[in-house]
Structures are given as C-alpha cells and as structure tokens.
Design a protein around this ligand. Structure first.
Ligand SMILES: O=C[C@H](O)COP(=O)(O)O
Length: 318
C-alpha cells in the first residue's frame, strides 16, 4: 500500500459548507454508464487490472477454515494459468489485491497464505460489521484482535447514528480511535452509503473519515439494501479529490457490495480514471470489494482468449 493518510484536525466549517448538486451528480452517473468502454482488444488487459484490484471477499455465517483456504488459493491464482499464458501474463505475478474475511477467520487466511508462500494481505471487517451497533470498547477490541491475528488491512464501519444525527465531531473521534487501534494496519472506512439518506451526508461522512486518517473510504458493507452506486461513488470521489487538493494526501476508494459483472468492473475503472486519474488505478488506491465478481471476469477472459464460453467445470474454483 502507499504512504498513509495521517489525517487532519477536525474542521466543522469544511464539513458544514458542503452543498451537493444532486441533478448534476445523477447526470454524470448516467453518462458514465452510457460511455464507451475500453476497445475490445484492450478489454482483457483492463479485466486483469480489475482482478489485481479485487479484495476477494467471503463474509458469510457459514465461513470455515476450508472455504477461507479455497478463497486464498483463488486469490493467489485468480485466473487459470493457461489463459494467462495465452495473454503472455503468466509470469507477471497476477493475484487479487487482498482477501477479506471476518475477524474470527483472519488466522485461517493468514495460515493458508503463509503455507502457500504468498504475501497477499489479509483484510478484515471489524467494529461490529455490518451494523456497527456494538459498544465502542468491543468494536476497538475487535480491531486489535484482527490485527493481532495478522490482518494488515482493517475495514471499519462508521457509526451511522452519529452521521444521521449530525454528530460529525463524535464520528471523527471514534474513527480516530479505530485508526489508533489499527496500528500499522491500513484502515478502510465503510460509510454504508445506503443508510446515509442524502448525498450531502455521503460527502460529509467521506470528509470526516479522511480527516480522521482513513487510508481508504469504502461505499458499503454489501449487507445494506442499497450498496455501491455510481451517484454515491461520484460524491465520494469528488470528496477524495477535494481532500487531496487541500492536504496533498491521497486516499483510496473501494466500491463494494453487489458488484458482480466484468462489465461493471470496467465501468468502475473508467469512472476512477476520469474522476481521479490513472494514478488511482492501482491496488494501493483502488479496490473492488466483491465476493462473486472474479468468477464473471475469469469467464469473460476465457471467452476473449479462446473465443468460446467456459462450461462450469472448466473454471472450477470461480
Ligand atoms: O466488502 C465486500 C462486500 O461485502 C462484498 O459484497 P458482495 O458479496 O455483494 O460482493
């Protein structure tokens, strides 16, 4: 990952003066979806780029050491070797950006990756994911325990009650505490945008999270009714740009929740490139949080490379 965002002092003025032009945001969101995607001959390269930005995720009640192990093996070899060879990419060390699991499965993931001699980071959701409705001390303890077990990236959830009641400074203080509990682990802050009611709240929460030292801001847990959408992404990306222009610190962006198709991943890459520039199109500043996206990307790459559609058994780990 890149150098960290140290954060700034809390500045209520910066948060309060925000006005979001909803019509303009919706128009921009519509235009990005209608836009031409990378030309056919470049699509496989773009899809591989998307693969390298995936936080390959499993966040299920029935997660076990064995399905976490399979996830880790898939993260190490996300696309079939023969397909990569045909693209002359077999020796480029293509892997996903991270694996993402619940705190109680971190040790399993660390063990599997270590046994396979892989340095892929383990990310863990924490702080009472997904609702964040547990006592502060237990949320902090969860972060410390995930870090102790070897997670080097922590995806925290914000306290939506504080955001919805305009207690921005209290939210800043909580996130600061989470940042301290993370230690050297990079912190991604999940805004749960589907529960923030307005685009202004999305902008304000983004700014508060960055002021408090988040290394990434992330749209959603994947468990809200509405997850990563293009309008909220545009607001968050503009906040990242504003924060960068004011402080010189680059904060990463992670859309997550409901991203399932190769086509969508191309739209996300295009949006990031246009809003923040190519510099952000790397795993240290861009992640796609997804549990089932990789399967569709691999299928699409199979089609690009062989001209045929893969049967289910031909991509068994997808
Ligand atoms: O953080 C990642 C999300 O939980 C993944 O959501 P998803 O299962 O809808 O891909």
């Amino acid at each position: 990952m890149s150098s960290r965002n140290p954060g700034t002092a809390f500045d209520l003025e910066w948060v309060s003066r925000v006005r979001v032009n909803t019509q303009a945001v919706l128009k921009r969101a519509q235009s990005i979806q209608g836009q031409k995607l990378p030309k056919k001959q470049w699509q496989s390269a773009w899809l591989l780029k998307a693969v390298t930005c995936i936080d390959l995720t499993t966040l299920s009640g029935d997660d076990t050491p064995s399905n976490v192990h399979r996830l880790c093996m898939k993260a190490i070899q996300p696309v079939r070797h023969d397909l990569l060879r045909k693209m002359d990419m077999h020796d480029k060390g293509i892997s996903t950006a991270a694996v993402c699991v619940y705190p109680s499965r971190v040790a399993d993931a660390v063990r599997s990756l270590k046994a396979a001699n892989s340095s892929i980071p383990v990310a863990s959701v924490a702080t009472g994911f997904p609702a964040g409705q547990t006592p502060l001390e237990s949320r902090l303890q969860e972060v410390r325990s995930a870090v102790n077990d070897g997670a080097t990236e922590i995806d925290i959830v914000i306290n939506r009650m504080l955001a919805l009641t305009g207690q921005w400074e209290a939210m800043f203080n909580e996130i600061r505490l989470f940042r301290e509990a993370c230690g050297d682990a990079h912190m991604k802050t999940i805004l749960a945008v589907g529960e923030l009611e307005t685009l202004s709240n999305v902008y304000k929460a983004s700014m508060v999270a960055m002021m408090a030292g988040s290394d990434f801001i992330k749209t959603s847990t994947g468990k809200e009714a509405v997850n990563a959408t293009y309008p909220v992404a545009i607001v968050m990306l503009r906040a990242i740009r504003d924060y960068f222009l004011c402080t010189g610190h680059k904060v990463g962006f992670k859309p997550a929740g409901g991203i399932r198709t190769a086509q969508e991943s191309l739209v996300w890459l295009t949006l990031i490139k246009e809003e923040l520039g190519s510099e952000w199109l790397h795993p240290h500043l861009f992640r796609l949080g997804a549990s089932s996206l990789l399967a569709d990307i691999e299928r699409q790459i199979y089609h690009e490379v062989t001209g045929q559609y893969a049967a289910h058994h031909e991509l068994p780990m997808a």
